[in-house]
Design a protein around this ligand. Sequence first.
Ligand SMILES: [Zn+2]
Length: 274
Amino acid sequence: MEKIAERIKEIIDKSGNIVVLSGLNVMRETGLNGVRAEHLAYETEEKYGYANEEIISSAFYARRSEIFYDYIKNVTINKETAEPTIVHKAIRQLQQKGKVPRIITYTVYGLYENAGCENVLDIHGSIQKNKCPACGKIFDMKYIKDSVGEPLCDACKVPIRPGFLLLGERVDNGKMSEACDDIEAADVLFVIGFGIRESLCQHLHKYYKGNKLILVNTEEKLGDERADYRIYGKISEIVPYITGYDPDAVFEEPDEELEVAAAMEKETETAKNS
Ligand SMILES: [Zn+2]
């Protein structure tokens, strides 16, 4: 790989406080369509008579929940399971090494959690965490997919509320400010599968104060110059390489020494900034 890959690899290897910001192109490699499924705009319009953006809006859900759920079950949940890729596994391994205190993801399938990751902030919610408005019980993606018609709570028989953000709804304020704080405290901001100016990334990257903004994406986008280090191509080839992913590595209990070191580093940073 290029020289830049070596440099990025070195930065990741040396850092103990990497915040991951993960975008749609990471999900694309799983074959899942996403909530908006913009690549299926024509098919959606043909089948439902509405545009994707219309169907996934909160107003549409309130009025036409049967069409909304038909779309979710067939277009958004186009696979039985949400299988993490080697990218999610590589990030999991960085976490096992005590390097990644936070993963902020824009996609809703719980892919990082399915890879065993912790401290995942699903900024647009999760299709694995649909909630009964009456009793609060949580239902996963499989439950939604398998239900006939509009999914109902198995206890209360009331319609389940989608766990992911609908168009026209605001991002949870608490999650947003957590994301901003974590990015502000990060040593390395590792953006994967996003252009810098795309959607949330455009807002969030501004909180990063360091000079190690690493960007990995499929292709170059306008505004990417903001990143200090950039590399384009197949995400599932680049990320395992620059993170030094070893599929055979075995990790036992979390290494407390590393965790303490990372916590101390964070504290020192906070002290320096205040
Ligand atoms: Zn219930």
